[in-house]
Write a protein that binds this ligand. Structure first.
Ligand code: DLL
Length: 441
């Protein structure tokens, strides 16, 4: 349901041809593009040739789309091992832009874009922003980080392509974010949901009512977030909050986008990115509707073709709604690497976010700490209280009730440490949710 009746969604903003395609037409486009991608990768990238040869496969073995499941996966480690340019299918001179994702350990993952790749990226981001409710002539405050991270520049180019006025603020300097939002009166904001909460705090600190601000749609991504967080942000700002997904390895933001009208998961731009869901353990392809690991194959990328890239993100594929030809992916539950296994129970930070936001006193800033005491793993949730409900005498009661709620809903025993407002570190970009202090095995 729309939180902002002021959105003008009927105004002509013509869809790309692919957005109007039916499933059959899209599938034949995908097959032609997939064949070309496999051939190109085989001809130009030694790693793909070696892998296909080792599997006894040739690009010509692709008869239909389902044959893709016979081809080998590409893993994050493959991108690290070919650092920096080993997967490039074009000479360096044809590469107009480099981006990288830092990851937590080791070498970054490096990708490149030809002129054609940059044009496609801008096109899918423009589509995404339009599906989120943005229309030419409106103003966008872009608070994703500019630099090697794909968020800032990726959104920027797509917004210009759609015909928006872009304010390239980047992340951080929170007081200035609020000042620019107040003075420039943007219609839309693009930012991580966790940093949006930090901006919200700053509104409160400055004594400005966020419900009076001009923002009508927030386009949030780059990290997992829940429907509980959506409600939190929508209520606080009286705006609509929608999800945008993407990753450096595939292109950046704009791989899939949620519609502001349906808010029911993210339409994958399947004419450029072919999704599969696989069993994270066995790698077997799962049917639509089943939860598993998302795998992507690029269909049009020149510089760094990606074939069956294992994202580690967990979700399921569903039929299209707002764009009936394109399948949706459900909101990402989390990454398999972020999954906490506590005494045999699997927990995602998003489940904790959901529980926390169910408590009136907690505003959504939290951190999970894992420690080992004796032979047992312990989880402590550091949860920040909202400024308007901070009451040191209520802490014990809050913690006790939350521990019971988490036991009842998630099935784990967690300690809760209620922290004063503003005490947990803010990131300016992606939030770090888990600190693992357990000794390494
Ligand atoms: O985060 C690209 C991006 C920028 C997406 C701005 C959306 C907005 P990376 O830094 O390579 O790229 O991180 C990609 O972030 O594999 C997911 O685990 C996570 N992620 C991205 N979007 C979402 C989302 C950018 N909407 C990794 N929901 C991905 C959940 C997301 N997780």
């Amino acid at each position: 349901m729309l939180a902002t009746p002021g959105l003008n969604l009927t105004e002509a903003a013509p869809l790309d041809a692919a957005e109007r395609m039916g499933r059959d037409e899209l599938a034949s486009l995908q097959l032609a593009r997939l064949r070309a991608t496999l051939e190109r990768a085989y001809e130009r990238v030694p790693l793909y040739r070696a892998r296909f040869d080792a599997a006894g496969l040739h690009p010509s073995d692709l008869g239909d789309l389902s044959d893709l499941g016979r081809f080998p996966f590409l893993a994050k480690a493959d991108l690290r091992e070919t650092y920096p340019f080993g997967l490039f299918a074009e000479p360096r001179e044809k590469i107009l832009r480099i981006h990288a994702s830092s990851g937590t350990t080791g070498k970054p993952i490096v990708v490149g874009y030809t002129r054609h790749d940059l044009a496609i990226w801008a096109e899918v981001v423009a589509r995404s922003l339009r599906l989120a409710g943005a229309r030419p002539g409106e103003l966008l405050h872009n608070a994703y980080g500019y630099g090697l991270f794909t968020g800032g520049l990726g959104i920027h180019a797509g917004a210009e392509r759609l015909g928006l006025t872009v304010v390239p603020v980047s992340g951080g300097m929170t007081e200035r974010q609020v000042q620019l939002i107040t003075d420039f009166r943007p219609d839309h904001i693009t930012v991580t949901p966790s940093y949006m909460l930090a901006i919200l705090d700053e509104f409160a600190r400055l004594g400005i009512d966020p419900r009076d601000c001009s923002l009508r749609v927030g386009i949030f991504g780059a990290e997992p977030w829940t429907n509980a967080m959506r409600r939190e942000i929508e209520d606080a700002f009286r705006m609509d909050a929608v999800d945008i997904y993407g990753l450096t390895e595939v292109i950046g933001p704009g791989v899939s986008q949620e519609s502001v009208e349906t808010k029911d998961g993210l339409h994958v731009w399947e004419d450029h990115f072919y999704p599969e869901i696989v069993d994270p353990e066995t790698g077997a392809v799962l049917p639509d509707g089943e939860l598993g690991e998302l795998v992507f194959t690029s269909l049009t990328k020149e510089a760094v073709p990606i074939i069956r890239y294992r994202t580690r993100d967990l979700t399921r594929l569903l039929p299209g709604t707002a764009r009936p030809g394109m399948r949706r992916m459900e909101k990402v539950t989390g990454r398999s690497d972020d999954m906490i296994i506590l005494r045999g129970v699997n927990v995602f930070p998003t489940q904790i976010e959901e529980a926390l936001l169910g408590c009136a006193w907690c505003g959504g800033h939290f951190l999970v700490e894992l420690t080992r005491e004796g032979r047992l793993d312990e989880m402590t949730i550091l949860a920040e209280a909202r400024p308007d409900s901070w009451d040191p005498s209520a802490i014990d009661g809050h913690a006790e009730r939350l521990t019971a709620l988490i036991k009842g809903t998630i099935g784990i025993t967690a300690r809760v440490s209620v922290r004063p407002p503003g005490s947990l570190e803010r990131s300016g970009g992606k939030a770090r949710r888990v600190i693992d202090r357990r000794p390494r095995a």
